[in-house]
Design a protein around this ligand. Structure first.
Ligand SMILES: Cc1ncc(C[n+]2csc(CCOP(=O)(O)OP(=O)(O)O)c2C)c(N)n1
Length: 375
């Protein structure tokens, strides 16, 4: 493995992030090792990281096309965030748990979740089509930041049960302004919960820029306020994201408590398919980030290492095309579920108001059916 300059990224307190985001692969795709963030990856792992990023990009493109064809109500693109998601999820063990936001298709792929199944949420056919317990990948959270509480709680419970697992919450820079992540991070720190808070700072919360989220020098700087380490990492560098996540996960696994990671990246697409980003960001800014494309950078590195021959590339491309085809088959014209199922899995002992609401919906549905029959 080639390696040029040797840089130290260790700060004085052990909790504050270094001034610059940790980067292992520079923008030109050259590897620079950093003390404290060793890479324990084999050739196959490097190829796998690339494979997952290519799949994520293809799946993302397909989901946008399905929305344009009227098959999905809405979709939240991960374009530009492939390295942040794939690198971080790749550092997890099978027993670990992911608590995602609505933008985590890349992390879902790494966990083995079928991307077509995920899209049922965006089609409105069901809350989600995957079994969270099969992949230790929770349902996507549409409310911003609520999943941080689920992750902290799950991690605390796992610790009490003596289970060897780490829970990871994925959330955005905008979500950090809400109360839930604060409560989750404080609780997790106080109780040494095996939890990692992974923020993808993609610079915007819809149209609101990062400068309106915090006066702190960075999101990672908030960690010291909770008494946990804060890491800042180049989120467009899949190797750095992996290496940093691995440190945080191992620390949690050793029983040393949670960490906060800020992956600095950029959302290249609109916030969702309903958004027009040209109203709040300049073409120059977008072009600047396009030049830092996470897949192109890693591809340059792999090619220089002789890890991306024609056969490997063709295999990955074929898998991506197949993945997109299966997604289309899964979601196109998929029938809607029974709306009354909304009331399942909510309460063990439903309060009377809940039963009343269920009865009201049942009556409305029957009335609507009657109208259709009468036509
Ligand atoms: C509790 C809550 N408040 C408001 C919203 C509306 N909303 C949807 S996405 C979003 C911005 C989130 O930005 P960020 O956390 O940075 O994540 P990103 O979408 O950039 O991945 C908001 C405010 C919501 N979904 N949930």
């Amino acid at each position: 493995m080639s390696s040029s300059a040797h840089v130290s990224a260790v700060d004085q307190t052990g909790l504050l992030p270094p001034r610059e985001p940790i980067q292992l692969l520079d923008d030109a795709g050259t590897l620079h090792e950093v003390d404290g963030y060793p890479l324990d990856l084999k050739d196959e792992d490097f190829q796998d990281l690339y494979r997952f990023m290519v799949l994520a990009r293809r799946v993302d493109k397909q989901a946008i096309a399905l929305q344009r064809q009227g098959q999905l109500g809405v979709y939240a693109s991960l374009l530009g965030q492939e390295a942040a998601q794939v690198g971080s999820a790749y550092a997890l063990a099978d027993a670990d748990w992911v608590f995602p936001s609505y933008r985590e298709m890349g992390a879902a792929l790494v966990r083995g979740v079928d991307p077509g199944r995920i899209l049922h949420l965006y089609r409105g056919t069901w809350l989600s089509g995957h079994d969270p317990y099969q992949h230790n990948f929770a349902l996507l959270s549409i409310p911003t930041g609520t999943q941080t509480l689920h992750a902290a709680g799950y991690a605390m419970a796992a610790r009490l049960d003596g289970k060897d697992l780490v829970a990871v919450a994925y959330f955005g820079d905008g979500a950090t302004s809400g109360g839930d992540p604060h409560e989750a991070m404080n609780f997790a720190a106080v109780y040494d919960a095996p939890c990692v808070f992974f923020v993808q700072n993609n610079q915007y919360a819809i149209s609101v820029p990062l400068s309106r989220q915090t006066r702190a020098p960075s999101i990672a700087h908030r960690a010291i306020g909770y008494g946990m380490p804060g890491y800042r990492v180049d989120g467009n560098d899949v190797l750095a994201t992996y290496a940093v996540m691995r440190q945080a996960v191992e620390r949690a696994r050793r029983g040393e408590g949670p960490s906060l990671i800020e992956a600095v990246t950029y959302r290249m697409e609109a916030h969702t398919t309903t958004d027009d980003p040209s109203r709040y960001r300049t073409p120059e800014e977008v072009a600047e980030w396009k030049a830092r494309d996470p897949i192109a950078r890693f591809k340059t590195f792999l090619a220089a290492e002789g890890l991306l021959g024609d056969e490997v590339r063709a295999q990955i491309d074929a898998e991506a095309a197949d993945c997109a085809r299966r997604m289309r088959e899964e979601i196109a014209d998929a029938p809607h579920g029974d709306p009354l199922e909304l009331f399942e899995h909510v309460y063990v002992e439903p309060p009377p108001s809940f039963d009343e609401q269920r009865a009201r919906l049942r009556a409305e549905l029957q009335a609507a059916d009657g109208q259709e029959d009468g036509r």
